[in-house]
Design a protein around this ligand. Structure first.
Ligand SMILES: [Zn+2]
Length: 445
């Protein structure tokens, strides 16, 4: 009962109370919440107790590696990294995600960049999270009937917390199961809300077009992967609905699509400082401070994701920053030489949109393994034509960006594996990013 109350309270708060007329009002609210969070929670973490009475700017910038390094001192539940890791691995192995230690659920992130992250959530945080997600994403009232289908690579207590609250039904579809079985189950379940990684939504869209399944969800939500424009178009064609996004990762619930289907940062619940990557202040990595977390603290935690800001205000009226797109991670940035031989970055988004526009290319992946060679894997309706189109479109792209053309190797793309997180552009770890002279943090106002 207590759990349901926490969920409902947060749902009402997010849905009806956290509305801000202006940026000034939003920032003032964040400052009040931050002060409250500092006085209530900071002393519970050994790492942060020394920072009491300090301004946010004085806190060190954290990242996943530093978080793991200081894991024991950072969390307020007195959990060691070793115990937490063992617990989470056990959960994944047995695919029983319902266990907790000291009342805290432990989960692992997929670790696309090599290091697996560990995340901790208390029951209260889980319920608050569920209330937030439902408040932001539920089409219609929480009192109406909803059947949610959730496709994920690993379930977690976090997601179970949404399960079967009142008239809301929830079914987890484990991507480790066979796809034909998942399709049959989904067809029978007939969800009103469909949530899945973008790549899986693409597979479901194809199944719907083929007639293998026949479902008509009211809402389709892409999670956990970059939603590319070509995928979004295919999915919304198949189901006759726009694709919404939830930008959720191990580190928190960072963004959501509003009623006008634009992606807002979740600034009502966390402070997001942009770490700008360019002089024009278009692209940035988010530095998050989440004042709703009390078990594992995220204070000035920098993520590797690259976001592109949309300077146009949203007609929904929310002053929370609008994001044009999530481009991927900094590991997805290509580093190529310019005409003078100096290494320059090329954002993954330029490359993916150029190749996606080639008519014969159905799907693709690009790998950069050395500093002057790209391997392009293509799935095509006409292989020869797709190869020619790709070579031509990339040549134009390099020219436009004043880059030397690297050696291109074109190969056939193996079929997609829905159990693996999809990344269309990947740069090998040994190719470092050039130093960025434009770096400037902050300016959340
Ligand atoms: Zn909006």
């Amino acid at each position: 009962m207590f759990d349901t109350l926490v969920l409902l309270r947060q749902y009402i708060r997010v849905r009806h109370l956290l509305r801000f007329k202006s940026r000034v009002e939003l920032v003032a609210y964040q400052d009040r919440m931050l002060a409250k969070f500092f006085s209530k929670t900071l002393h519970k973490s050994t790492f942060y107790s020394a920072f009491k009475q300090r301004a946010l700017d004085d806190f060190p910038i954290m990242n996943k590696a530093k978080m793991l390094e200081n894991f024991d001192a950072l969390n307020s539940a007195s959990l060691s990294l070793q115990d937490a890791m063992a617990e989470a691995e056990q959960g994944e192995k047995s695919r029983n995600f319902k266990t907790t230690i000291n009342g805290v659920s432990v989960g692992l992130s997929t670790g696309t960049s090599g290091t697996r992250g560990v995340f901790l959530v208390s029951d209260r945080e889980r319920m608050g999270w569920a209330g937030t997600i439902l408040g932001r994403m539920l089409p219609g009232s929480i009192l109406a009937k909803h059947r949610i289908a959730f496709f994920l690579r690993a379930n977690n207590n976090l997601y179970e917390s949404v399960a079967s609250k009142g008239r809301i039904e929830f079914q987890f579809f484990d991507l480790m199961s066979s796809m034909p079985q998942l399709l049959a189950d989904l067809h029978t379940y007939k969800p009103t809300i469909l949530i899945a990684p973008a790549q899986v939504l693409g597979i479901l869209a194809q199944a719907q077009i083929r007639g293998d399944i026949e479902i008509s969800p009211d809402k389709i939500i892409s999670v956990a992967e970059v939603l590319y424009d070509d995928d979004a178009a295919q999915i919304s064609n198949a189901f006759g609905k726009p694709v919404s996004q939830v930008y959720q990762c191990t580190e928190g619930f960072l963004g959501y699509s509003c009623t006008h289907n634009r992606l807002h940062l979740n600034e009502a619940l966390m402070i997001i400082e942009p770490d700008w990557l360019d002089e024009q202040k278009e692209r940035f990595c988010p530095i998050i401070t989440d004042f709703s977390r009390e078990t594992q603290l995220f204070i000035r935690h920098r993520l590797d994701d690259i976001l592109t800001r949309d300077p146009n205000p949203c007609p929904c009226g929310s002053p929370e920053m609008v994001i044009k797109r999530i481009e991927g991670r900094t590991d997805d940035v290509l580093v190529l030489r310019d005409l003078a031989g100096v290494p320059q970055t090329l954002m993954p988004d330029y490359v993916t949109r150029a190749i996606a526009a080639c008519p014969s290319v159905l799907d693709f992946k690009i790998e950069q393994n050395t500093d002057d060679e790209l391997v392009v894997f293509l799935l095509a309706s006409d292989k020869q034509l797709a190869k020619a189109e790709t070579i031509q479109t990339l040549a134009k792209l390099f020219e436009r960006h004043n880059l030397r053309s690297p050696t291109l190797t074109i190969e056939e793309q193996p079929s997609n594996d829905p159990t693996q997180k999809r990344r269309r552009v990947v740069r090998a770890k040994n190719i470092g990013l050039p130093q960025n002279e434009f770096k400037q943090k902050g300016q959340r106002k």
